[in-house]
Write a protein that binds this ligand. Structure first.
Ligand code: J2J
Length: 540
C-alpha cells in the first residue's frame, strides 16, 4: 500500500493489539465460523429470498474464486455501487477473502462521482446493478461513461442483466470447483474497505478502514448495542454507508449471528410491513426519516412492537424530535454521532431518556481520545464550544492517496480534525453544536460546498458561486447556491441549471435546493467569501 495509506505509529498499533481491540484477523472471517457452527440460520432476507449463513459463505467463497480467476488480486480496488441487495454482501465477503478492497459508493452517485471513485482509487473493476427499479436509471450506461474516462478499469460486473458486460452471477458460477482464497494472504493492517468521506473539500476523499480497525468498530458497536443471535436488523439506509454497514449495522448483526433484513427503500410503506413480518428489533435512520416514521406510526396498521432500539444519526436530532420519536414508535432511542472516518459517539441503551434526548452520547471506545480546541488549536475551557479532534483505535490517520490534504486534515500528533463544533458536558457526553467544515448536511446527506461550487462555475453564464446551508424544517438544512452571472447575462439561460448539472453527472441530491443571484459575493475582512453573511441573507 506504500504511500497511499498512513498507518498508525508502531507504538499505537502495539497498544491497540495488547488491549485486544485489534485481533489480527481479516474482517468478515466470522462468516466461515458461523457457516460451520450455525449454518442453517438465516443471515440475509431480501423480499421473499432468504440466505442462510452456510449459503452466504459458500456463495462468497465461490465468487472469490471467480474474481481471482479474472485476475483480481490482493490489494486491487473494486468500486462497488450496489443497493441493498444480497449480492452486495456476497461481493463484500468475496473481496475480503481475496484481500481485494471494495470502494463503497452510494447508489445515488452518477458519472461525476463514479469516475472520481474509479479513477482516484485506481480501480480494476466496477460493480453495478442493471437498473434502479424506482427511477429506471441504467447503471450499465453509467459504466459505459466511466470506462471511457477511466482507461485502467479492466472489468465491469453487473448484478442482473449484464448487457455488454459480465454478469456477477456468471463470475460466481465460473468460481465453482476452483480453489477459493481463504483470507490467509490478508495483512490485517491493510485497508479492508475504502469508504467515501462526507465532509471534505473538493471531490470526495477516500477513507481506508483496515481489517483490524473496522473489525473492532463492528464488534464494539455490536456489543454496545446488545446485538446477538436474536437480533433482526433492518437496513433502511444504504448499506454502503458506514452507519448501516458497521455501526453496528449489517456487519455487526452478521458478526453476532443475527439476521439482516434488506429494505429497498426507507419509506414507512415499505419498512413497516417488513418490521412486522420479520419481527425487526433494531434499525438505524437519519433524523428526517425518524420524523417521517414517527408521524406514519400514528396511523400505521402494522405491529411495530418488536422494534427495541432505533438508532438516529447523521445529522442533528433536536430534543423535541427525539422525545416525539420515542413516544410514537414506543422503542428505545439511541443518538449516534458518527463519521466514516472513525470516531463514534453514542448514547447507551439504558441511559436516562433525557440524556438520550439532549446529547449525542460518548465515544465508543475507552481508548478514543478527544480534544475540543479553538481556532488556534488550543484546548478550550471545559464545557465550551470548539472543534472536535479525535484519535483512537478505529479513527483514520490519513485519507487514501491524499498526502497534501492530510497535512491539514490531521494534527502533527495524528488527531483527525472532524470539522464539527461540540461541547463536552461534565459527565463526558458530547453535544454537537455546529460545524466548521464547508458543507451542507441535508438530513444526513452531505453536500460539499466546494464540489458543488466547482460544478456551478463551469456553467457558461456563471462567473462565481457560493454554496451555503439554509434551515429547513424537514431536512434540517437545505442547499442554497448564490450565483454571480457573467457580464451581459441576466439569467442562466440555456442550459438550465438542472439539465446542466445532470449533464455534468452530479448525484441528484447534490443539486441546489435554492438558487439566488447577486452582483458580487460579499467578502470578509481577510478577503474570503463571507458565507455566514450569505447564509443569513438566504433565510431573509
Ligand atoms: C450532528 N451531526 C452529525 C449527529 C453525524 C453513524 C452515524 C452517522 C454517520 C455519518 C456515520 C451527527 N449530529 N448525530 O458514519 O457510522 C455529521 C457530522 C459528522 C458527519 C459524518 C455513522 N452524526 N453528523 O453521518 O461520514 O458533521 O457519517 O462529521 O456521512 O456527519 O458524516 P458521515
Amino acid at each position: 500500500m506504500g504511500r497511499d495509506v498512513v498507518r498508525w505509529p508502531a507504538e499505537a498499533m502495539e497498544r491497540y493489539r495488547k488491549a485486544g481491540y485489534w485481533q489480527g484477523r481479516p474482517l468478515g472471517d466470522f462468516l466461515a465460523r458461523h457457516a460451520a457452527d450455525t449454518g442453517g440460520t438465516t443471515a440475509l432476507v431480501s423480499g421473499d429470498d432468504r440466505l442462510t449463513y452456510a449459503e452466504l459463505d459458500a456463495r462468497a467463497a465461490q465468487l472469490a474464486a471467480g474474481l481471482a480467476d479474472l485476475g483480481i488480486a490482493s490489494g486491487d480496488r473494486v468500486v462497488v455501487q450496489l443497493p441493498n441487495v444480497p449480492d452486495f454482501f456476497v461481493l463484500l465477503f468475496a473481496c475480503l477473502r481475496i484481500g481485494a478492497v471494495p470502494v463503497l459508493g452510494l447508489p445515488a452517485y452518477r458519472r461525476s462521482e463514479a469516475v472520481h471513485l474509479c479513477g482516484h482509487s485506481g480501480a480494476v473493476a466496477f460493480v453495478v446493478p442493471d437498473t434502479d427499479p424506482a427511477s429506471g436509471f441504467d447503471y450499465r450506461r453509467l459504466a459505459d461513461e466511466v470506462r471511457e474516462q477511466v482507461p485502467g478499469l479492466r472489468h465491469v460486473l453487473v448484478a442482473g442483466e449484464p448487457g455488454p458486460y459480465l454478469s456477477l452471477a456468471d463470475v460466481e458460477k465460473a468460481g465453482a470447483g476452483l480453489d477459493a482464497p481463504d483470507g490467509s494472504a490478508v495483512d490485517p493492517r491493510d485497508p479492508a474497505v475504502l469508504l467515501v468521506s462526507g465532509g471534505t473539500t473538493g471531490l470526495p476523499k477516500l477513507i481506508p478502514r483496515t481489517h483490524d480497525d473496522y473489525a473492532y468498530n463492528v464488534r464494539a458497536s455490536a456489543e454496545l448495542c446488545g446485538v446477538d443471535r436474536d437480533t433482526v436488523y433492518l437496513a433502511a439506509l444504504p448499506v454502503a454507508h458506514n452507519f448501516a454497514l458497521a455501526c453496528p449495522g449489517t456487519l455487526g448483526t452478521l458478526y453476532a449471528g443475527g439476521t439482516v433484513v434488506l429494505s429497498p427503500s426507507p419509506d414507512p410503506d415499505t419498512v413497516f410491513p417488513l418490521v412486522e413480518r420479520h419481527r425487526v428489533t433494531l434499525t438505524a435512520v437519519v433524523p428526517p426519516l425518524a420524523a417521517l416514521w414517527s408521524q406514519a406510526a400514528e396511523w400505521a396498521p402494522e405491529d411495530l412492537s418488536s422494534l427495541a432500539l432505533l438508532q438516529v444519526g447523521g445529522a442533528r436530532l433536536g430534543p423535541e424530535s427525539a422525545r416525539q420519536v420515542t413516544a410514537s414508535l414506543g422503542c428505545e432511542l439511541q443518538q449516534v454521532f458518527g463519521m466514516a472516518e472513525g470516531l463514534l459517539s453514542m448514547t447507551r441503551p439504558g441511559d436516562d431518556p433525557e440524556r438520550v434526548a439532549t446529547t449525542q452520547g460518548r465515544p465508543m471506545s475507552p481508548d478514543d481520545e478527544v480534544r475540543v480546541v479553538d481556532a488556534d488549536g488550543r484546548d478550550v475551557p471545559s464545557g465550551e464550544i470548539g472543534e472536535l479532534l479525535a484519535r483512537g483505535p478505529y479513527t483514520l490517520r490519513g485519507y487514501y492517496r491524499a498526502e497534501e490534504y492530510n497535512r491539514t486534515a490531521f494534527t502533527d500528533d495524528g488527531f483527525y480534525r472532524t470539522g464539527d463544533l461540540v461541547r463536552v458536558l461534565p459527565g463526558g457526553d458530547l453535544v454537537v453544536e455546529g460545524r466548521r467544515k464547508d458543507l451542507v448536511n441535508r438530513g444526513g446527506d452531505k453536500v460539499s460546498a466546494d464540489e458543488l461550487e466547482g460544478h456551478l462555475r463551469a456553467h457558461p453564464a456563471v462567473l462565481d458561486a457560493a454554496v451555503v446551508p439554509v434551515p429547513d424544517e424537514y431536512l434540517g438544512e437545505r442547499t442554497c447556491a448564490w450565483i454571480v452571472l457573467r457580464e451581459g447575462r441576466t439569467e442562466l439561460g440555456d442550459p438550465g441549471l438542472d439539465a446542466f448539472l445532470d449533464e455534468r453527472g452530479l448525484a441528484p441530491y447534490k443539486k441546489p435546493d435554492l438558487v439566488r443571484f447577486v452582483d458580487a459575493l460579499p467578502v470578509t475582512a481577510v478577503g474570503k467569501v463571507d458565507k455566514r453573511a450569505l447564509a443569513t441573507r438566504a433565510t431573509n
